[in-house]
Design a protein around this ligand. Structure first.
Ligand code: PLP
Length: 361
């Protein structure tokens, strides 16, 4: 049989991954459903109605053939407008969007500087490149010293996340200053910050109140706070033009599913309309955690580090016995095993208190 040895080795290290369906009665602190939209049936009905008005159920082809639809265009316009970017292009997923960006934008003499904790899809994409330098996590001083030490022949690209998916820390503002100082292209993966951060819930640039420039690129996903599936890349018109001509995951992959596009569109509008009440709810949730666990909390994500993987897995198991789901994250995704907890506006006060009590035990 194929891969028996590899499977045995992974099993021995307790690194086998499994797919499981959990009862819906479990309290979910594991998924990326930041605003509880994955359960919102009103939004589902709105999206269904919107799609009923169109002729098509499915995109049928790549956006470069005839898969591009009015709904795709509407969602792209809405996302560019609210984020103040010149242009937007939808991509099948965040994973594909990272591959699209790095593989197409980093040309022969360019150098990509990337945070060591950048998402696995970006790190995988760097394997396609020769000119990549990794800097310490969220350490703009390390980035700048690495830029200074490098022999720059052409463009500099810098890749960070708005909110890091494992630790929940927010990227420092100084990365923007460095991008401006060195005329670098700054790519911000906002998978976890779009819809959760900033006074308009738009993410990193919104949080620091930064005027959008031509050298900024925002990658957002539609699958987390936005309660749908897919991703988008916001940039200058020039960069979008280049991506649609050169980025293989955009050219050679079917356009974003029609229903997901409709659902994302109604959800983007919902978040903008309800941003004040949602922000208030997020604040309340975070306050409860800070008061009860006495920890520093930047975002709706936080991790509890363990030196020992077994202990972390035992803790996750005991939470599961109490019908609470959290992320049990192991190597190689993280350096140390962690329990990752994600707060959602669907959580009630008593859910959070219940979680805190069990975590403290
Ligand atoms: C930071 C980050 N970027 C990209 C992705 C990939 O996005 P998607 O799930 O849409 O492929 C994820 C998803 O987990 C993520 O956390």
């Amino acid at each position: 049989m194929f891969y028996t040895k590899e499977l045995q080795a992974l099993d021995k290290k307790q690194l086998l991954r499994v797919r499981k369906i959990f009862p819906s009665s479990y309290l979910d602190f594991a998924s990326n459903d930041y605003l509880g939209l994955s359960y919102n049936k009103k939004q589902f009905s709105k999206a269904y109605k919107l799609l009923r008005k169109e002729n098509l159920n499915a995109p049928r082809a790549s956006v470069l053939v005839n898969g591009y639809s009015k709904l795709h265009k509407k969602l792209e316009s809405e996302l560019s407008k609210i984020n103040n970017f010149q242009s937007c292009i939808l991509v099948g997923s965040g994973f594909l969007a990272n591959i699209a960006l790095f593989e197409s934008l980093v040309r022969k003499n360019d150098i990509l500087f990337i945070d060591e904790e950048y998402h696995a899809s970006g790190i995988l994409a760097t394997k396609l490149l020769k000119n990549v330098i990794i800097f310490k996590h969220n350490d703009y001083k390390d980035l700048e010293s690495k830029i200074k030490q490098s022999h720059i022949q052409s463009r500099i690209l810098i890749a960070i996340e708005g909110i890091y998916s494992m630790s929940g820390d927010i990227a420092k503002k100084e990365f923007i200053n460095i991008a401006i100082k060195y005329d670098a292209i700054l790519i911000v993966d906002e998978a976890h910050s779009s819809g959760t951060l900033g006074k308009n819930l738009l993410g990193y640039f919104d949080y620091y109140d930064i005027k959008i420039r031509d050298n900024f690129i925002k990658l957002g996903t539609l699958s987390k706070a936005y309660g749908s599936y897919g991703a988008y890349i916001l940039s200058s018109k020039h960069i979008t033009k280049y991506l649609q001509t050169r980025a293989k995951p955009i050219i050679y992959s079917t356009a974003l599913s029609s229903f997901d596009t409709a659902l994302a569109l109604v959800n983007v509008k919902y978040i903008q309309k309800n941003k004040n009440s949602l922000t208030k709810k997020i604040k309340t949730l975070k306050k409860l955690i800070v008061e009860n666990l006495k920890i520093k909390l930047d975002s709706q994500v936080f991790s509890i580090k363990f030196q020992n993987q077994n202990k972390m897995l035992q803790k996750a198991k005991s939470l599961k016995k109490n019908k609470i789901l959290v992320g049990a994250i192991r190597k190689p995704t993280v350096q140390y095993p962690v329990l990752r907890i994600i707060l959602s506006t669907k959580h009630r006060k008593k859910d959070i208190l219940n979680l805190c009590d069990l975590l403290k035990k």
